[in-house]
Structure formats: C-alpha cells, structure tokens
Write a protein that binds this ligand. Structure first.
Ligand code: BGC
Length: 440
C-alpha cells in the first residue's frame, strides 16, 4: 500500500475522533454542568441526548450532501460545524444555549459518521480496505479514551467548559486535514470530472491496478442513474435492509450501555469507591482501543465474517458472565465483572464495532451509496438513542441477569444474520460487492 493512501484514510478517520470524544466526555462533564446550572434530571437527560438527535439529522442530510457537494466538502463542513458547536458549548451562558450548541455538535457528528467511512472505503484499494475503514473505529475509541483522560484530569476543579471546549482539537484536525486531501475518485467519476478521477486513482494504486477500478466504476455508473428513490428499488432493497439490520444490531447488543454507564455497572457489581470505578472504566477504554488493532490487521487477512463470528461469540460469553455476576447478590465477584466487561468490549472492538461501519460502506451501489449509508447510519443513531434511554429502566425493572442475557441473545441473533445474509467482502472490488448485493 502506498503511504499516501494511509495518510488520506488516516485523516478522514479523524471524523471518528469527534464522535468518540463527545461520547466519552459528556458523562464526566455532566456532573459539573448539573451543579452549575442547577439542572433537574430530565434537563440533564436532554443535555446528553440532544447530541443524538442532532446526529440523526446530520446523518439524514449527510448522504445527499456527500452525493451533491462531495465527500470532501461534507467532511470539511463537519469539522467547521463541530468547531462552532464545541466553542458555543464551552461558552454557553444558559442551559438552553448549551442544549442548542450540543445539537449543533450532534449535526457534525452525524455528518462525519456517514461520510468518514464512506470516503475511506472509496479511496482504499480493495486489498487493504478493511483495515483502512477500521481506522475510523480506531479513532472513535481513541476519542472515547482521550475524553476519559480529559475528564479525569479536569475533574478536580470541575472545569466542564474546558472538557467540552477541548473538542475543538479534533475538529481542527479534521478540518485542516481534509482541506489538504483529494476528493474521492468515485465521486469525481459520478459528477463527470473523469480526468481528475483518473489522476486520483493513479495516486492510490500501484502499477496498472487503477485501470481495473476505473472500468468497474464506469460500468457501475453506466447502469441506470438513479434518483434517491432508487434506494427502494427491488435490486437495492436487500442491501438497504441488511445495512439497517447491521446498524441496529450493533447497538442492541448493548455496547453503549457499557460505554455510557460503565461506572454504574461497576458500582452495582460491588466495585467500591469512585477511584476503583474510574480505574475499571479506564481499563475497559484501553481494551476498546487496543482490540481495534486486531480488526485493522486482520479484516483483510482473515476476512470480515470470521472476525464477526469470533467477536460475537466472545461478546455473548462476556455478557452471560456478567448476568451471572448480577445473579449472585452479595458475593464479591467484582474481578469477574471487570474481566467479563473487558472480554465483551474487546470482542466488540474487533468485530461488530469496525466491521459494521465497514460493511455499510461497502454494500451499496455507487449511485445510491451516500443515501444508503445515511439510512443505515440514521438507524444506528436511533437504536443508540433508544437503548441508552431505556438501559437504566431495563436494569432496574428486569434486573441485571435478564438485561445482560437479552443482550447475549441479541449477539446470537446477529450471528445468524451474519451467517445467512452478510457477503464476505474481503478483497472484493467495491463495485463488485454492491453489484452482488443488488442482485441478492
Ligand atoms: C459504535 C458506537 C460506540 C463505539 C464504541 C462504535 O462502532 O457505533 O455507538 O459508542 O463503537 O467504541
């Protein structure tokens, strides 16, 4: 692989930092925001979840924007919007302005969550596409971990404005980085700038490899040119449903219950003291980052489906062990709780986390790729919202053993979906996959 390709993918992956940093930072900041603004619980919930609502809107607009204005321009805009939202959050004089600023942050996250993986997928040679798109998940996990460190360091004087304001760093990195990056060659072909598209393809590929890509892209574009309604055409419906299913399953197997409520889960399993809960959360965050490397190195070597099977199996075991911990009240099983959460998060990090983003960037035909990814990503944010909203209610109403067993059952259902419907996309040319998905 050419170093240039790694650079382009690495810069676009910075979109994941926005996503991860905000996901991670708000729980620590919320304690102090609630205190300063005297916020009742329902207002706290709005401050946290308004980002998800913004992200849904951003995701809806992202595909159309990527198809109309281009992948690169959309990512640059995401950097600008996120920067404005971050500064406005940090300076917000009142709860209502804070909510508005976080809504703006959400829009940027929604935009980048569609376009970062889409762009990386389109600029990557097929032999390394899995690893490069997994860089996006890597950036998400680094963002979560960095936010955790920022929260921890700034907690002593309660500087929530700095916690939120430091989000300007990832937004500037994305903005400046993307201004310097080229446009996706697939988008350039799509809008008829063939000469530039050919140049970009030649920069990406060694030798004559670019000619094969060029031919498949051109023939994909020669098929019916579709309006966005083509996403409902019978030939694309299979891919549409598969993308939505994968995006929802990624969330209803419970990952964000752990990411958002980790310390509370530890407290409930008997890890005593704030320090211990923070340490446990840091360990889980570190495993989340490190295990993603497995996907980066192996998605193109052993393939997407084997990683999914192994990861989903491990996630189910981790969840069942956690259910067992919750079923033994009074017993000191905090070590087992920590080990099960690390197993669960580690297995997610090399399977369902990166591979879902990868697959949804691969399975749609070029002519409706932007809009297809928008729909799948919208489903992902919606499922994220619902699961986060109801997790604590489930934990209290149904209890730990039932809640975590339900998540484990979802892992098994996901395995069945993978076995039955997911194509192995390793080494396939992007346009061959979507052609296959369209027929299937
Ligand atoms: C998911 C996020 C999650 C993150 C955790 C991503 O793939 O889409 O919802 O917070 O992984 O690392």
């Amino acid at each position: 692989m050419r170093p240039f390709v790694l650079l382009v993918a690495g810069v676009a992956a910075l979109g994941g930092l926005l996503f991860g940093y905000d996901t991670g930072v708000i729980s620590g900041a919320m304690l102090f925001i609630a205190h300063d603004f005297h916020l009742p619980l329902h207002m706290q919930e709005i401050v946290v979840s308004v980002v998800l609502i913004g992200a849904m809107l951003g995701a809806i607009g992202a595909g159309a924007s990527a198809d109309h204005f281009g992948r690169r321009a959309t990512l640059v805009s995401a950097g600008v919007i996120f920067g404005i939202g971050a500064i406005a959050s940090a300076l917000a004089p009142s709860p209502s302005l804070l909510i508005l600023a976080r809504f703006v942050v959400g829009i940027a996250i929604g935009l980048s969550s569609v376009v970062s993986p889409l762009y990386i997928s389109e600029v990557s040679p097929s032999k390394v596409r899995g690893g490069l798109v997994s860089l996006y998940q890597f950036a998400i996990t680094i963002g979560i971990f960095a936010a955790f460190i920022v929260d921890y360091v700034l907690a002593h004087d309660g500087s929530w404005r700095w916690m939120l304001g430091l989000a300007i760093v990832p937004s500037l990195l994305l903005l400046i980085g993307m201004i310097a990056m080229p446009e996706s060659p697939r988008y350039l072909f799509k809008i008829g700038r063939d000469r530039e598209a050919e140049d970009e393809l030649q920069r990406i590929h060694d030798g004559d490899g670019w000619r094969i890509e060029e031919q498949t892209i051109r023939s994909a574009l020669m098929q019916r040119q579709g309006a966005w309604t083509e996403i409902f055409a019978p030939s694309v419906r299979g891919a549409l449903l598969l993308g939505i299913a994968l995006a929802v399953l990624q969330q209803i197997t419970g990952i964000n219950s752990v990411i958002y409520y980790g310390p509370r889960i530890f407290a409930a399993t008997g890890v005593s003291g704030a320090e211990a809960a923070i340490l446990a959360t840091a360990l889980v965050g570190a495993v989340n980052v490190l295990a993603t490397l497995i996907a980066i190195f192996f998605a193109d070597r052993i393939g997407r489906k084997p990683l999914l099977y192994a990861g989903l199996g491990g996630m189910a075991v981790g969840l069942l062990a956690l259910a067992y911990v919750f079923a033994q009240p009074g017993e000191a099983l905090s070590g087992l709780a920590l080990a099960s959460l690390m197993l669960y998060v580690g297995c997610f990090a090399f399977s369902l986390g990166p591979i879902v983003w990868l697959l949804i960037s691969e399975i749609y035909p070029l002519r409706v790729r932007g809009i297809g990814m928008s729909v799948a990503t919208l489903a992902n944010w919606l499922a994220n919202f619902v699961v986060s909203l109801y997790f604590l209610t489930m934990l209290h109403g149904l209890g730990g053993p039932v809640t975590f067993s339900i998540y484990a059952a979802m892992c098994v259902i996901t395995m069945i979906v993978v076995a039955r419907f997911v194509p192995e996309t390793k080494h396939e040319l992007l346009e061959s996959i979507s052609g296959g998905a369209a027929e299937g």
